[in-house]
Ligand binder design. Structure first.
Ligand code: SF4
Length: 803
């Protein structure tokens, strides 16, 4: 159970003072020597309770599902603690519940220890009794003691129903699971027995009818001198089924019946044979722990023995299936000598279907992976024969983490590689720490009609089963040293669907990362770390002694955290010295330098993981290259397109800019030519400048010009500074009216369009009248030039609408 977090229990960064320069230089040299040759510098040999950072959980129980409860009906598992909590919530009242839940954790821990120490006894009733009395002892001051006792009895009764299905976390977990699954497989045996019984009855009936027919025929012969009664005729008609039984058919039926009866007797006795090596049996004490199975312990090669047994068993099984098929045809009167005789003459192993194979006797080989790898011939022969055998390859976490013995440590990779390249073998690799995964692997594996390899890492049988055992197995799996995966062969799947790496931590990453709260000098900070194979190696005390713990104040630019050394972000790491994080007994963070010899092992593990990623299709180097190539080509094409577009836009912009400039100049010139703007000493003699026609076909431009025109027209300042009469020459229709009326004021320009050449050349009244008469309304009278002229007020008003 997770307790409240106490910040004092977090890993801490140690305060340190710098090391003297000469000491530092000396240490630099020694450290490189340690990295290259593994020579220890100081006697700072790390010992437990040194912990690797990923599993550092001071003050907590590691989050584990164990003990678990197996449900034989749904085939599911669930945590026993959650089952008990549900029961407590249902049975007890509020006051009792609160005290019980508080008391549960230590009692439950004790219960777990007790069930794993009983060395695989299958019934936990006595431990459940202890659990209940432990809870009773922890709870006092309950108001209604009688009621509490009654409820405790109810809890006991309910829990007792699970007593044969509780599994704790130990080296026996694995075998308990198989045993429960084999009990479960009894159902298949029952189905097969029913099938055998059904066919045996059918055949027996046929033979009985034949016997009756024979008796009746004998009696008929005796009737030669007597009359035959009606009843007797009916009786003769009845056994028509067997009336034509030839001697060969009779023999066939009898042979089938005999075979099926023997198969039934065998089936009633047992349905499983387990082959165990003497070494494994001794180590895990498993011989007597399987119920409902024949155990074959052998000092020699178990695979050899299993192979011999398989040959005998499969030959018997083929005969039984053949007998069943003949019996079925005979019972349904469908046996046709002409083609069934030939078919059954040739009937052999390839004629068996998947539905037949599921009734084949369960043959299980239990052996250590290193022993399987040492003499692989018989195992490989079994696999290449498509033998329906199940191989449980066991890996003791203590042994495979032993750094000195590379061969033993990496045997599990060899066994999986061998099986993988057979391509017909269902492979389930993982650890016992994940009960859900283990349940799935055993359920599917036992049902498979092809060879099966369970390659499982489990805790050391000599261990005391502490949380550290759980963490070690978990770290082996999570660090990619012993990755979890499934390779499942079924006829309906395409090859790509066979692999499953999804049960791993962050399966698409080369190394998984995790976050930890650390007490640094500036307070609590959350940091991200990567889990490496070296973290797993460091959990073995012997390996731990190969590491060099760096002094707190030591700094060196060449130091590099191991995950970055293995998966470099920089070009050259050859001069770097890799380290991992450890935590000492005072919860101080320490850097531990790993020797070069560890690097190649880490790389081998990482390589195996990458190999699985490639095979499973989760990573695909060639595909990635192809995608990158296509992406580069696409990028290059888009770059060219962008450049072309850019050039085109620049060109269009330039054209537009030039047009706009030209247009602006024309407008200014027009305005100047028309005299619209008040220009000091304006001469109105700019006739030489030709009128510039503006192309207004572009609506946008037209719109803009309209706006601009609008702005100009509404500008009161222009009105006020242009007091003299003027003509919008470009609007003039050359009607001569103004010229005729006031030739002293108006004149034509070179385009024969009127302009004011002398605003004071005539009376204001005539100018206003010309403006009123102008058909183009392009004469603007301005203001009176002679203030003494009569009727100016009225004239101004008349002129207003033209100004
Ligand atoms: S009256 Fe108007 S249109 Fe006719 S010539 Fe004079 S300015 Fe031009």
């Amino acid at each position: 159970m997770t307790t409240m977090r106490n910040d004092d229990l977090l890993p801490k960064v140690e305060k340190s003072s710098p090391i003297k320069e000469n000491v530092q230089r000396k240490y630099d040299k020694l450290l490189r020597h340690h990295f290259l040759y593994g020579s220890k510098i100081s006697d700072n040999t790390p010992k437990n309770p040194f912990q690797v950072l990923p599993t550092f959980e001071t003050g907590k129980s590691i989050d584990s599902q164990y003990p678990i409860v197996y449900d034989p009906e749904s085939l599911n598992i669930q945590s026993l603690k959650s089952v008990i909590l549900k029961m407590i919530n249902k049975i007890f009242n509020k006051e009792e519940k609160a005290t019980l839940i508080q008391a549960l954790h230590p009692v439950f821990e004790q219960f777990h220890k007790r069930i794993i120490s009983q060395n695989m006894a299958w019934d936990c009733k006595s431990q459940i009794t202890e659990l209940i009395s432990g809870l009773r002892d922890k709870v006092d001051l309950i108001k209604n003691q009688d009621n509490f006792d009654k409820n405790c009895n109810q809890l006991y009764l309910q829990l007792s129903n699970y007593s044969k299905y509780i599994i704790g976390f130990s080296s026996h977990t694995l075998f308990q699971f198989i045993n429960l699954k084999l009990i479960q497989r009894k159902q298949r045996n029952i189905e097969f027995l029913e099938m055998l019984n059904e066919h045996i009855s059918g055949l027996a009936e046929l033979l009985l009818l034949h016997d009756k027919r024979r008796d009746t025929t004998d009696k008929q012969m005796d009737f030669a001198s007597n009359l035959i009664s009606f009843d007797q005729i009916s009786e003769i008609e009845l056994p028509a089924v067997s009336s034509g039984l030839s001697d060969s058919r009779l023999n066939r039926l009898k042979k089938c019946l005999n075979l099926l009866q023997k198969a039934k007797e065998r089936c009633l006795k047992d349905s499983t044979t387990i082959f165990i090596s003497e070494e494994l049996n001794k180590e895990y004490s498993i011989e007597k722990k399987f119920c409902n199975a024949v155990i074959e312990v052998d000092s020699e090669e178990v695979c050899k023995k299993a192979r011999q047994a398989y040959k005998i068993e499969i030959s018997k099984f083929v005969k039984i299936i053949k007998a069943l098929r003949i019996a079925k045809l005979e019972i349904n009167q469908q046996y046709n000598d002409n083609y069934h005789d030939i078919y059954f003459e040739k009937f052999d192993l390839p004629y068996l279907g998947e539905e037949d194979s599921q009734y084949f006797r369960t043959l299980i080989i239990l052996e250590k992976s290193q022993n399987l790898v040492t003499k692989p011939n018989d195992l490989l022969a079994l696999l290449s024969d498509d033998a329906i055998v199940k191989v449980l390859s066991i890996n003791n976490v203590r042994e495979i983490s032993a750094f000195e013995n590379k061969q033993r440590s990496e045997a599990f990779q060899d066994i999986v590689s061998m099986a993988l390249f057979q391509r017909n073998t269902n492979i389930y690799q993982g650890g016992t720490e994940d009960a859900q995964w283990l349940n799935e692997a055993f359920t599917k594996g036992l049902e498979a009609s092809k060879p099966v390899l369970w390659n499982i890492i489990t805790c050391d049988p000599e261990s005391n089963y502490t949380n550290r055992d759980f963490s070690t197995v978990k770290t082996a799996v999570d660090s990619r040293f012993f990755p979890r995966f499934i390779y499942q062969v079924t006829s309906t799947q395409s090859f790509g669907e066979r692999f499953n790496l999804e049960h791993n931590l962050q399966p698409s990453a080369s190394l998984p990362s995790y976050q930890k709260d650390i007490i640094s000098l500036s307070g609590i900070t959350r940091k991200e770390y990567k889990l490496t194979m070296a973290d797993f190696f460091a959990m073995n005390e012997k390996n731990l002694q190969m590491l060099e713990i760096l002094p707190s104040g030591y700094t060196n630019a060449e130091l590099l955290v191991l995950d970055e050394y293995l998966l470099p972000k920089i070009d050259d790491v050859s001069k770097k010295i890799p380290f991992i994080w450890l935590i000492d007994e005072r919860q101080i963070l320490k850097r531990a330098c790993v020797p070069m010899s560890w690097i190649s092992r880490c790389r081998t593990s990482l390589d195996f993981w990458e190999f699985l990623l490639e095979l499973s299709g989760m990573s695909h180097h060639n595909l990635t290259l192809e995608i990158e190539k296509l992406k580069s080509a696409w990028d290059a094409q888009k770059k060219v397109e962008m450049e072309t577009l850019n050039q085109e836009l620049k060109l269009r912009f330039e054209i537009r800019r030039r047009d706009d400039l030209e247009y602006g100049i024309k407008r200014i010139l027009n305005a100047l030519v028309d005299g619209r703007y008040a220009i000091p000493n304006k001469t109105n003699h700019i006739e030489s400048i030709p009128e510039i026609k503006v192309d207004r076909s572009n609506p946008a431009e037209q719109g803009n010009s309209e706006i601009e025109t609008e702005e100009i027209k509404s500008e009161p300042v222009l009105e006020s500074i242009n007091p003299e009469a003027w003509v919008e020459s470009n609007e003039c229709t050359s009607c001569n009216d103004c010229i005729d009326a006031l030739p002293t004021v108006f004149k034509y320009n070179s385009n024969k369009q009127a302009f004011v050449h002398n605003p004071k050349g005539g009376p204001y009244s005539k100018i206003v009248a010309a403006a009123e008469k102008c058909p183009a309304a392009c004469i603007h009278p301005g203001l009176p030039q002679d203030s003494k002229e009569r009727g100016l007020e009225k004239l101004r008003k008349r002129a207003e609408k033209f100004n």
